[in-house]
Every structure is written in C-alpha cells, then in structure tokens.
Design a protein around this ligand. Sequence first.
Ligand code: 57M
Length: 358
Amino acid sequence: MLYNWLYPFHTEYSFLNVFRYLSFRIIYGAVTAFLIAFVLAPWVIKKLQEIKLGQQIRADGPQRHLAKSGTPTMGGMLILFAVVLSTLLWADIARPYVWLVLLAMLGFGAIGFIDDYLKFIKSQSKGLSAGQKFTAQVAVALVIALVLYFLPGYTTKLSIPFFKNFVPDLGWFYVAFAVMVIVGSSNAVNLTDGLDGLAIGPVMIAAMAYTIVAYVTGHRLMSDYLIIPHIEGAGELAVFTAAILGASLGFLWFNTYPATVFMGDVGSLPLGAALGTVAVISKHELLLLMVGGVFVIEAVSVIFQVISFKSRGKRIFLMAPIHHHFEMKGWEEPKVVVRLWIIAILLALLSLSTLKLR
Ligand code: 57M
C-alpha cells in the first residue's frame, strides 16, 4: 500500500524511490511483522488468560504435556494480524497474487478460528469434526485454485525439480492438484504443531526459502538465468513470506520452550495453507515436499502409524506424530524441537540448490 500511495510522488521527493526496490520492501515487511507480533504479544497473552482461553490437554498423550494445561492458545490470531497488516503495508496491492495469498491466510484462519472457538466453548479438546474441517479447507483452496486457473497468463504446467525440459501440462487437473498442495500443507503444519516452537521454526525456514524462490521467479533476468518459470508479479509474494518470517520470529519469542502461548488451529492451518499457496503460485509446488520436509515427515509418520495399527494391530512408532515418539523415548522437548529444526534447515538449503541443479 505504501508503494502504491507513496511511490507516485518519487519525482518530487526522490527518497520515495526506495519503495520501488522489492528488496527494501521485503526487509521492512519482515521487520514490521516482527515488531507487530513482538510488541502486541504480551497484551494478547494477557487477554487470552483473562478470558481463560487455555489449552485442554489430552490425558493419553505424553505425560509431560499435562503440565502445559491452561497455556493460552489461539496466539495464531496475532500472527495472522501481523502478516496481513505488514503485507498490506509493504506489498504492491495492485497485484492479484497478493490478494490470493491473503485470501488463503484469512480463509484458513477463519476455519482454524471456528475450530479453536468450538473447543473453547465446549471446554473439551474436540472442535470441528474432521469431515467439516476438511470440507471447509477444500472449499477455500478450490476458490484459490479456480481464480488462478482463470487468471490470464497463469500456466497449468508443472515444473519438476532437477528437470528443466520435462514440464507436463496438467490442464484442468491442475486445479485438483493445487487444492491437494494447499490442503495437504495446511494439515501437515497442523500435525507438526505439538511441541513448543516445533511448527513455527520450520514455518520460518520454509518462508525464508520461498522468499528467495518468489523473488527469483518474479525477476525476469534471474528466472531466465536459472531456467525456471518466470511469473510476472510473483516477486510481491516475497514480501508476504518475509512477513510470515517476521511475525513467526515475534511469536517464537513467546512460543519457545517453555511456551507461554500456543498458536492454535487459527495459526497452524493458515500458515500451512499460505506456504502451499505460495508454492503453487510461484510454480514450485513439488519443491514444498523438500522445503517443508519436516511437515512431510510428521504427516507420513501418522499415515504409516494409522495404516500399521489398522491393518496389523501394531504400532511402528511409540506414538505418532513422530515428535511424540522421541518424547516417549525420553528425549527432552527442546532436543526434539531443535533437532527437527536442524533437519528443516538442511532440507531448505538442499531445496534451494535445486534452483540451479537442473
Ligand atoms: C494438532 N495438537 C496438539 C495447540 C496447537 C490423526 C492424529 C495423529 C491427529 C493428531 C492431532 O490431533 N493433531 C492436531 C496437534 C495440541 O496443540 C494444540 O493444537 C494446536 C495445533 N492444532 O497450537 O493449541 C497439543 O500439543 C502440545 N503443544 C505444545 N506446544 C505448542 O507450541 O506442547 C502444542 C503447541 C497441546 C500441547 O500439549 O495440547 C496435540 O497433540 O493434541 N493427534 C495426535 O497428535 C495424537 N496422536 C495420536 O493419537 N496418535 C495415535 C494415532 C496416530 C494412531 C498413535 O500414535 O497411536 C497425540 N496428541 C495428543 N495426545 N495430545 C497423542 C495423544
């Protein structure tokens, strides 16, 4: 918005030229989101405590979690606010992609909010049913995918990491594929959000990686040089992902072990959906499997555990998702979290190397 309002005056006030530089707006998008989240968090946490919006802890989980009972949840509202406000301030709001990612964030945020709110008023750990949640997620993702499909100039071709010439055109199937990426990513981040700082760390790392991806895809020369698809206007998504990074850092200050706030579904569902939507728009959908590798590991551990338990009555892990397995083995919570962050950083670095390795 600042770009749209202030840049036109650059001929009279030359210092306003800075708004033309995407790199400047990316950095200040991150800093603004960080400051909003960091400064408002103590007030939000106090309000959540006052209205007794504390977490109900399931008794069948790792016993150490019972001590977390009553920790304020729904801190994700603050992340949403910081990301949306900072993006509106620093991105070029004339670009439709900016509105699409905000739609993803707010749409999935609304689903998460309803889920958390129902858990709160029913005073139990059940919110929306799995079916209701999934239907709502598919509906929002479908709107995003259809808008993209009909957006002039948007391609339904799929770029595959390591291959520069094999770019299959998915046609109509691309809509279903995009829905799958967005909904899958949203749920995988949600499953990961079970230890202090566990989800927000890899979210930050993935947001950082996609800031680079969005920047180069939106840059004609760089995308030509790297032989990756050039998406006009996708660079603005880097302002959005940088805002996610900033807001997440501010949130992490309070969510790190021992957490004084949890994000709730109102945080985890939109953060995952936002990453999925950026992956789709920047045409680096499959790369998300690697950039968000920790989310994939967590989700796959649940799938394998459920299949194994249903088919042969035996568990593969002591408890799924896999972070509970390590807890049950006796690892301290911060050790599980930091080790998964290490894996996330390595995977993000490897993912970025694929931009050149093709
Ligand atoms: C998200 N939510 C946390 C918090 C957070 C299919 C099945 C695998 C689903 C899975 C599940 O319900 N996942 C959803 C996990 C919960 O956190 C809240 O939820 C929000 C995210 N949606 O923001 O508001 C608990 O996680 C802990 N936590 C922290 N720090 C944080 O910063 O410590 C969260 C954030 C919090 C807190 O304890 O209460 C959750 O785990 O419920 N189900 C499971 O994860 C359950 N696994 C299971 O049933 N496994 C079985 C299946 C696969 C066959 C098995 O392995 O045999 C576990 N979760 C719990 N108890 N709580 C195990 C039992």
